[in-house]
Design a binder for this molecule. Structure first.
Ligand code: IMP
Ligand code: MG
Length: 171
């Protein structure tokens, strides 16, 4: 049976998202902000983050998937393109977790082809140990050295996204 070790509580998540939302609201005051959530893992984070951003902004989604089990397959499959016109706009990519960084690097490359005014990254979790590419996470709620976590949108083989807090998964 898998074991779930509590790592980050609902209250801590809420507090950090409020904090990051305030930073984004301040930094993008004079910009044309579009939050672009990366499916599927960011859907819960995105829905809470947007409600903590006080300036006008728009929301879109991009679908990319690279994972099977607990190790990256190294392949990235685009499953959904953004619907909004992003040219000259300020795109903030919203991701659940940055691990090797390969997924986001590919997404940034792809978004750049649409000629946005700027592209930055906001990730719920910035996980360091396995980083393979140089990528700047501009906003993150939590930093993690290592481990495999689930809950609050994060899955293991598509399960456990519904858990309201974040847990370390021991298989
Ligand atoms: P990367 O390309 O290695 O940075 O992988 C990023 C993607 O892998 C994330 O969007 C997640 O879907 C998945 N991932 C990486 N680490 C974890 C984890 O600890 N728990 C759940 N999913 C993870
Ligand atoms: Mg994901």
């Amino acid at each position: 049976m898998p074991e779930f070790i509590p790592l980050i509580s609902e209250q801590e998540i809420k507090k950090q998202i409020k904090n990051v939302g305030q930073h984004i609201s301040h930094d993008y005051k004079t910009k044309d902000l579009v939050l672009v959530g990366v499916l599927k893992g960011s859907f819960i984070f995105l829905s809470d983050l947007t409600r903590q951003i006080s300036i006008d902004h728009e929301i879109d989604l991009v679908g990319a998937s690279s994972y099977e089990g607990t190790s990256s397959t190294g392949r990235i499959i685009f499953t959904k393109q953004p619907d909004l016109e992003l040219e000259n706009r300020d795109v903030l990519l919203v991701e659940d977790i940055v691990d090797t960084g390969n997924t986001l690097l590919k997404i940034v490359e792809f978004i750049n082809l649409l000629n946005p005014g700027s592209v930055k990254i906001c990730s719920l979790i910035d996980k360091h140990e396995r980083r393979e590419v140089e990528i700047d996470v501009d906003y993150s709620c939590f930093s993690l050295e290592k481990g495999f976590i689930v809950g609050y949108g994060l899955d293991y083989n598509e399960k456990y996204r519904n858990l309201p807090a974040i847990y370390d998964l021991k298989l």
